[in-house]
Design a protein around this ligand. Structure first.
Ligand code: ASP
Length: 328
């Protein structure tokens, strides 16, 4: 009997307890719970893992609390460049787009690439044209903009650093995880009732990134990977380091070739290999038995999982770990 399950993340980062507003915290918990419930319903109805992760990431893209789709961060040039990918663990097929600014839901474009193109990764104008040709909704680039993200960019520009290095002035966002020290990528991984695994990841990238920069999120094996033989993984964090370590695939390889458990493999990568190269962030992963792991080396990560038939289990802080990680 397969333990069908979906897990999602909304980025990892530093906690701002001093500024945290309980209502804002509640917004995040509610959004994560609602999106998990919708993913669980898809799985319960016999939907595929690929359908569940795509819909969960689409909903995360639509939610301005997260740095993907609406609410995406700004580049140094004050534009948006979004990246997304999906991978089907059953067939090892994948699709991805990078550097797009007019596709409302980049994850749907990634799915269209997987389903309808012999290619795997489209960038920029070519990706926009591919999405338009497949009737995906187009928006004006400022659709993605929010006042909070623009202020974040201006704070970063004032110190001429990317925000992740920014020491910061007083923040008034009220978010549980400091938006100026957060990786806000979103992602989902799932195991369906038929025993298939899938993963999806979507991002606006990093605030104040240079135009044209692409991170790990749309790179198969770095920010996203799924293989029915072992595991589905979606990452968030310092994209350059997740690319150099092939983080998502490394978790799968440690399981396949090293015989490590899901928990051992994901912690080896996130808690040891990423920090050694100066990276931070986290990952969500589900294995073919339905075990879930949600490791992160930052102070917090917006995250949660839900087994079919159970209530969603959602957390933000490190202290939530004991309550959340028992099943891996
Ligand atoms: N990994 C993403 C990137 O480097 C950033 C994030 O996780 O928020 O583009």
């Amino acid at each position: 009997m397969v333990r069908a399950v979906i897990a999602i993340h909304g980025g990892a980062g530093a906690i701002t307890r001093a500024n945290m507003q309980p209502e804002k915290e509640q917004h995040y918990i509610q959004a994560l719970s609602d999106i998990l419930s919708q993913g669980q319903a898809i799985l319960a109805a016999g939907g595929s893992a690929l359908e569940a992760v795509t819909e969960a990431v689409r909903l995360l893209e639509e939610c301005p609390l997260f740095n993907a789709g609406k609410g995406a961060v700004f580049t140094h040039q004050e534009t948006h460049e979004l990246d997304a990918c999906v991978m089907d663990g059953r067939t090892l097929e994948a699709g991805a787009v990078a550097g797009v600014s007019r596709i409302r839901n980049p994850v749907l474009a990634a799915l269209a690439v997987l389903e309808k193109s012999p290619h795997l990764l489209f960038i920029g104008e070519g990706a926009e044209a591919f999405a338009a040709a497949h009737n995906l909704e187009q928006v004006s680039p400022d659709f993605f903009s929010t006042a909070e993200r623009r202020e974040q960019l201006h704070r970063a520009l004032s110190t001429d650093q990317t925000l992740l290095d920014h020491d910061g002035e007083a923040k008034v966002s009220g978010d549980p995880i400091d938006p100026d020290h957060k990786f806000g990528t979103v992602g989902a991984v799932a195991l369906d009732l038929a025993g298939n695994l899938a993963a999806a990841t979507s991002t606006g990238g990093m605030t104040n990134k240079q135009a044209g920069r692409v991170g790990d999120s749309p790179i198969i094996g770095a920010g996203c990977y799924a293989n029915n033989a072992n595991v589905a993984v979606s990452c968030t964090g310092t994209g350059e380091v997740f690319m150099r370590t092939l983080a998502a695939y490394d978790i799968a390889a440690l399981m396949e070739y090293g015989g490590l458990s899901l928990k051992e493999a994901s912690e080896r990568v996130i808690m040891e290999k990423i920090p050694v190269l100066g990276g931070s962030g986290g990952a969500i992963a589900v294995d073919r038995e339905g075990n879930v792991a949600l490791p992160f080396n930052s102070e917090g990560m917006y995250r949660g999982y839900g087994y079919v038939g159970d209530a969603p289990n959602v957390g933000i802080y490190r202290e939530d770990r004991g309550r959340m990680d028992d099943n891996s």
